[in-house]
Design a protein around this ligand. Structure first.
Ligand code: HSE
Length: 292
Protein backbone atom coordinates (compact mmCIF):
# COMPACT_ATOMS: atom_id res chain seq x y z
CA UNK A 1 0.00 0.00 0.00
CA UNK A 2 1.25 3.51 -0.86
CA UNK A 3 0.31 6.64 1.06
CA UNK A 4 0.35 10.25 -0.12
CA UNK A 5 -0.22 13.41 1.91
CA UNK A 6 -1.65 15.99 -0.51
CA UNK A 7 -1.89 19.55 0.79
CA UNK A 8 -4.77 22.00 0.68
CA UNK A 9 -4.28 24.87 -1.76
CA UNK A 10 -5.57 28.36 -2.32
CA UNK A 11 -6.40 29.26 -5.93
CA UNK A 12 -6.79 32.67 -7.59
CA UNK A 13 -5.18 34.78 -4.81
CA UNK A 14 -7.38 37.64 -6.00
CA UNK A 15 -5.67 38.86 -9.14
CA UNK A 16 -4.92 35.44 -10.68
CA UNK A 17 -8.39 33.99 -11.30
CA UNK A 18 -8.10 30.41 -12.61
CA UNK A 19 -4.31 30.85 -12.94
CA UNK A 20 -2.59 31.38 -9.57
CA UNK A 21 -2.38 28.85 -6.78
CA UNK A 22 -0.40 28.21 -3.63
CA UNK A 23 0.17 25.06 -1.57
CA UNK A 24 -0.67 25.42 2.14
CA UNK A 25 1.12 23.58 4.93
CA UNK A 26 -2.23 22.54 6.43
CA UNK A 27 -4.80 21.02 6.23
CA UNK A 28 -4.13 18.01 3.92
CA UNK A 29 -5.79 14.88 2.55
CA UNK A 30 -4.25 11.44 3.08
CA UNK A 31 -4.71 9.10 0.11
CA UNK A 32 -3.85 5.38 0.36
CA UNK A 33 -3.83 3.09 -2.67
CA UNK A 34 -3.25 -0.58 -3.38
CA UNK A 35 -3.64 -2.55 -6.60
CA UNK A 36 -7.08 -4.10 -7.18
CA UNK A 37 -8.91 -5.64 -10.16
CA UNK A 38 -11.26 -2.67 -10.21
CA UNK A 39 -11.36 0.71 -8.54
CA UNK A 40 -13.19 1.13 -5.23
CA UNK A 41 -13.14 4.25 -3.10
CA UNK A 42 -13.71 4.79 0.60
CA UNK A 43 -13.86 8.33 1.97
CA UNK A 44 -13.59 9.26 5.66
CA UNK A 45 -12.82 12.48 7.54
CA UNK A 46 -13.96 16.08 7.21
CA UNK A 47 -17.18 16.42 5.18
CA UNK A 48 -16.81 12.90 3.81
CA UNK A 49 -20.58 12.36 3.76
CA UNK A 50 -20.79 14.96 0.94
CA UNK A 51 -18.35 13.07 -1.28
CA UNK A 52 -19.49 10.31 -3.66
CA UNK A 53 -17.62 7.00 -3.37
CA UNK A 54 -18.73 5.89 -6.83
CA UNK A 55 -15.46 5.92 -8.87
CA UNK A 56 -17.36 7.43 -11.81
CA UNK A 57 -18.28 10.46 -9.66
CA UNK A 58 -15.18 10.83 -7.47
CA UNK A 59 -12.13 12.92 -8.44
CA UNK A 60 -9.73 10.11 -7.48
CA UNK A 61 -11.81 7.68 -9.54
CA UNK A 62 -11.43 9.92 -12.59
CA UNK A 63 -7.67 9.91 -12.05
CA UNK A 64 -7.54 6.10 -11.72
CA UNK A 65 -9.42 5.84 -15.00
CA UNK A 66 -7.15 8.35 -16.75
CA UNK A 67 -4.03 6.45 -15.65
CA UNK A 68 -5.62 3.04 -16.35
CA UNK A 69 -4.67 2.19 -12.79
CA UNK A 70 -7.46 0.33 -10.96
CA UNK A 71 -6.98 0.40 -7.20
CA UNK A 72 -8.54 0.23 -3.80
CA UNK A 73 -8.38 3.91 -2.79
CA UNK A 74 -8.88 5.21 0.75
CA UNK A 75 -9.17 8.96 1.21
CA UNK A 76 -8.98 10.52 4.66
CA UNK A 77 -10.25 14.07 4.14
CA UNK A 78 -8.43 16.76 6.06
CA UNK A 79 -9.58 19.38 3.55
CA UNK A 80 -13.31 19.99 3.93
CA UNK A 81 -15.25 19.97 0.63
CA UNK A 82 -16.71 23.26 -0.69
CA UNK A 83 -14.29 25.25 1.45
CA UNK A 84 -12.22 27.12 -1.13
CA UNK A 85 -9.14 25.17 -0.05
CA UNK A 86 -8.88 22.82 -3.03
CA UNK A 87 -10.52 19.82 -1.38
CA UNK A 88 -11.31 17.89 -4.56
CA UNK A 89 -7.93 18.86 -5.99
CA UNK A 90 -6.04 17.48 -2.97
CA UNK A 91 -7.72 14.09 -3.42
CA UNK A 92 -7.08 14.14 -7.18
CA UNK A 93 -3.44 15.21 -6.79
CA UNK A 94 -2.86 12.60 -4.07
CA UNK A 95 -4.42 9.85 -6.17
CA UNK A 96 -2.42 10.90 -9.25
CA UNK A 97 0.92 10.81 -7.43
CA UNK A 98 0.12 7.53 -5.66
CA UNK A 99 -1.25 5.66 -8.70
CA UNK A 100 1.58 6.88 -10.94
CA UNK A 101 4.00 5.26 -8.48
CA UNK A 102 1.88 2.15 -7.83
CA UNK A 103 1.65 1.33 -11.54
CA UNK A 104 5.09 2.71 -12.42
CA UNK A 105 3.64 5.01 -15.08
CA UNK A 106 6.77 7.19 -15.01
CA UNK A 107 5.00 10.55 -15.32
CA UNK A 108 6.64 13.62 -13.79
CA UNK A 109 4.72 15.78 -11.33
CA UNK A 110 4.28 18.38 -14.08
CA UNK A 111 2.83 15.68 -16.36
CA UNK A 112 0.45 14.60 -13.60
CA UNK A 113 -1.12 18.09 -13.39
CA UNK A 114 -3.49 17.65 -16.39
CA UNK A 115 -4.26 14.09 -15.23
CA UNK A 116 -5.31 15.31 -11.79
CA UNK A 117 -7.26 18.15 -13.41
CA UNK A 118 -9.55 15.55 -15.00
CA UNK A 119 -10.82 14.94 -11.47
CA UNK A 120 -11.50 18.67 -11.07
CA UNK A 121 -13.59 18.64 -14.22
CA UNK A 122 -15.95 16.17 -12.55
CA UNK A 123 -16.60 18.55 -9.67
CA UNK A 124 -16.69 22.02 -11.20
CA UNK A 125 -17.47 21.22 -14.83
CA UNK A 126 -14.09 22.59 -15.99
CA UNK A 127 -10.58 21.12 -15.78
CA UNK A 128 -8.87 23.89 -13.74
CA UNK A 129 -5.25 23.32 -12.89
CA UNK A 130 -4.92 26.14 -10.36
CA UNK A 131 -5.48 23.85 -7.35
CA UNK A 132 -3.98 20.55 -8.55
CA UNK A 133 -0.78 22.26 -9.74
CA UNK A 134 0.26 23.60 -6.31
CA UNK A 135 -0.93 20.45 -4.52
CA UNK A 136 1.43 18.41 -6.74
CA UNK A 137 4.29 20.86 -7.21
CA UNK A 138 4.18 22.93 -4.00
CA UNK A 139 4.99 26.62 -3.69
CA UNK A 140 3.30 29.26 -5.84
CA UNK A 141 2.12 28.17 -9.27
CA UNK A 142 0.98 29.91 -12.43
CA UNK A 143 -1.15 27.52 -14.50
CA UNK A 144 -1.94 28.88 -17.94
CA UNK A 145 -3.54 25.80 -19.49
CA UNK A 146 -0.46 25.11 -21.60
CA UNK A 147 1.93 24.47 -18.75
CA UNK A 148 2.70 25.46 -15.19
CA UNK A 149 5.39 27.80 -13.85
CA UNK A 150 6.32 27.13 -10.23
CA UNK A 151 8.37 29.01 -7.67
CA UNK A 152 9.02 28.06 -4.06
CA UNK A 153 7.78 30.83 -1.81
CA UNK A 154 7.70 31.42 1.91
CA UNK A 155 4.81 33.69 2.86
CA UNK A 156 3.00 33.51 6.23
CA UNK A 157 -0.75 33.18 5.76
CA UNK A 158 -3.96 32.89 7.69
CA UNK A 159 -6.84 30.97 6.17
CA UNK A 160 -10.19 31.39 7.87
CA UNK A 161 -12.93 28.90 7.06
CA UNK A 162 -16.49 29.93 7.95
CA UNK A 163 -19.06 27.27 8.68
CA UNK A 164 -21.02 27.95 5.49
CA UNK A 165 -20.95 26.15 2.15
CA UNK A 166 -20.35 27.77 -1.24
CA UNK A 167 -20.23 25.37 -4.18
CA UNK A 168 -17.70 26.04 -6.93
CA UNK A 169 -20.46 25.84 -9.52
CA UNK A 170 -22.46 28.58 -7.75
CA UNK A 171 -19.37 30.73 -7.30
CA UNK A 172 -18.58 30.46 -11.01
CA UNK A 173 -22.08 31.57 -11.96
CA UNK A 174 -21.55 35.02 -10.38
CA UNK A 175 -18.29 35.76 -12.22
CA UNK A 176 -18.98 38.68 -14.60
CA UNK A 177 -18.87 37.81 -18.30
CA UNK A 178 -17.46 41.20 -19.29
CA UNK A 179 -15.46 43.92 -17.58
CA UNK A 180 -13.78 47.25 -18.31
CA UNK A 181 -10.27 47.76 -19.64
CA UNK A 182 -9.52 49.83 -16.50
CA UNK A 183 -10.21 46.83 -14.30
CA UNK A 184 -8.14 44.56 -16.53
CA UNK A 185 -5.22 46.98 -16.35
CA UNK A 186 -5.53 47.13 -12.56
CA UNK A 187 -5.65 43.33 -12.31
CA UNK A 188 -2.62 42.82 -14.56
CA UNK A 189 -0.63 45.23 -12.40
CA UNK A 190 -1.65 43.47 -9.22
CA UNK A 191 -0.99 39.99 -10.64
CA UNK A 192 2.51 41.07 -11.65
CA UNK A 193 3.08 42.62 -8.22
CA UNK A 194 1.98 39.42 -6.50
CA UNK A 195 4.25 37.30 -8.68
CA UNK A 196 7.28 39.44 -7.89
CA UNK A 197 6.31 39.25 -4.21
CA UNK A 198 6.26 35.46 -4.32
CA UNK A 199 9.65 35.33 -6.02
CA UNK A 200 11.08 37.65 -3.34
CA UNK A 201 9.23 36.14 -0.34
CA UNK A 202 7.82 39.61 0.28
CA UNK A 203 4.47 39.59 2.16
CA UNK A 204 3.85 43.29 1.47
CA UNK A 205 3.97 42.82 -2.32
CA UNK A 206 1.96 39.61 -2.16
CA UNK A 207 -0.72 41.33 -0.09
CA UNK A 208 -0.87 44.30 -2.44
CA UNK A 209 -1.27 41.94 -5.39
CA UNK A 210 -4.12 40.01 -3.77
CA UNK A 211 -6.67 42.73 -4.53
CA UNK A 212 -9.00 42.27 -7.49
CA UNK A 213 -11.95 44.33 -8.73
CA UNK A 214 -13.36 41.84 -11.21
CA UNK A 215 -14.10 38.45 -9.63
CA UNK A 216 -13.71 38.84 -5.87
CA UNK A 217 -16.35 41.56 -5.30
CA UNK A 218 -18.99 39.35 -6.94
CA UNK A 219 -17.99 36.32 -4.91
CA UNK A 220 -17.71 38.24 -1.64
CA UNK A 221 -21.49 38.67 -1.81
CA UNK A 222 -21.85 34.92 -1.28
CA UNK A 223 -19.90 35.05 2.01
CA UNK A 224 -21.81 36.64 4.91
CA UNK A 225 -19.51 38.89 6.91
CA UNK A 226 -16.77 38.99 4.24
CA UNK A 227 -16.27 42.79 4.24
CA UNK A 228 -16.01 42.93 8.05
CA UNK A 229 -13.61 39.97 8.13
CA UNK A 230 -11.41 41.54 5.48
CA UNK A 231 -11.34 44.86 7.30
CA UNK A 232 -10.59 43.19 10.64
CA UNK A 233 -7.70 41.21 9.13
CA UNK A 234 -6.19 44.34 7.54
CA UNK A 235 -6.55 46.28 10.80
CA UNK A 236 -4.77 43.45 12.62
CA UNK A 237 -1.81 43.71 10.27
CA UNK A 238 -2.60 41.53 7.25
CA UNK A 239 -0.93 42.83 4.09
CA UNK A 240 -3.77 41.65 1.84
CA UNK A 241 -7.00 39.65 2.03
CA UNK A 242 -9.10 37.86 -0.56
CA UNK A 243 -11.48 34.97 -1.12
CA UNK A 244 -9.63 31.65 -1.18
CA UNK A 245 -10.47 29.82 -4.39
CA UNK A 246 -14.21 29.83 -4.96
CA UNK A 247 -14.80 30.51 -1.24
CA UNK A 248 -16.09 30.57 1.41
CA UNK A 249 -12.56 30.39 2.87
CA UNK A 250 -10.87 33.78 3.26
CA UNK A 251 -7.08 34.05 2.96
CA UNK A 252 -4.82 36.74 4.39
CA UNK A 253 -1.14 37.33 3.63
CA UNK A 254 0.75 38.36 6.76
CA UNK A 255 4.10 39.22 8.19
CA UNK A 256 5.43 36.47 10.45
CA UNK A 257 4.63 38.07 13.79
CA UNK A 258 1.05 39.12 12.95
CA UNK A 259 -0.53 35.75 12.13
CA UNK A 260 -1.98 35.14 15.57
CA UNK A 261 -3.61 38.62 15.72
CA UNK A 262 -4.93 38.31 12.18
CA UNK A 263 -6.40 34.87 12.86
CA UNK A 264 -8.10 36.05 16.02
CA UNK A 265 -9.49 39.19 14.31
CA UNK A 266 -10.95 37.12 11.47
CA UNK A 267 -12.55 34.62 13.88
CA UNK A 268 -14.06 37.45 15.93
CA UNK A 269 -15.44 39.19 12.83
CA UNK A 270 -17.14 36.03 11.59
CA UNK A 271 -18.44 35.46 15.11
CA UNK A 272 -19.92 39.00 15.14
CA UNK A 273 -21.69 38.11 11.90
CA UNK A 274 -23.17 35.05 13.66
CA UNK A 275 -20.99 32.55 11.80
CA UNK A 276 -18.75 29.93 13.38
CA UNK A 277 -15.35 29.62 11.74
CA UNK A 278 -11.94 28.11 12.24
CA UNK A 279 -8.62 29.68 11.33
CA UNK A 280 -5.42 28.01 10.16
CA UNK A 281 -2.15 29.84 10.79
CA UNK A 282 -0.42 28.59 7.70
CA UNK A 283 2.28 29.31 5.16
CA UNK A 284 3.12 28.38 1.59
CA UNK A 285 4.42 24.82 1.61
CA UNK A 286 5.78 21.85 -0.34
CA UNK A 287 3.66 19.73 -2.65
CA UNK A 288 2.29 16.23 -2.07
CA UNK A 289 4.53 13.77 -0.19
CA UNK A 290 4.74 10.07 -1.02
CA UNK A 291 5.31 7.46 1.70
CA UNK A 292 6.09 3.80 0.97
N1 HSE B 1 -10.24 28.96 -9.97
C1 HSE B 1 -11.35 28.18 -9.52
C2 HSE B 1 -12.47 29.12 -9.16
C3 HSE B 1 -10.93 27.39 -8.31
O1 HSE B 1 -12.19 30.10 -8.49
O2 HSE B 1 -13.61 28.89 -9.56
C4 HSE B 1 -11.96 26.42 -7.86
O3 HSE B 1 -11.93 25.28 -8.68
Amino acid sequence: MLTVRAPATSANLGSGFDVFGAALDRPADIVRVERAPETTIEVTGSGSHFIPEDPEKNTAGAVAKALDAPARIEIDKGVRPASGLGSSAASAAGAALALNELYDRGLSREELVPVAAKGEALVSGEAHEDNVAPSLLGGFTVATGDGVTQVDADIPLVVCLPDIVVSTRDARRVVPETTSVDKVVDTVGRAATLTVGMARDDPALVGKGMEDEIVTPARAELIDGYDAVREAALNAGATGVTVSGAGPGVIAACRENTRRDVASAMLDAFDDAGIDSRAYQSRIADGAELFH
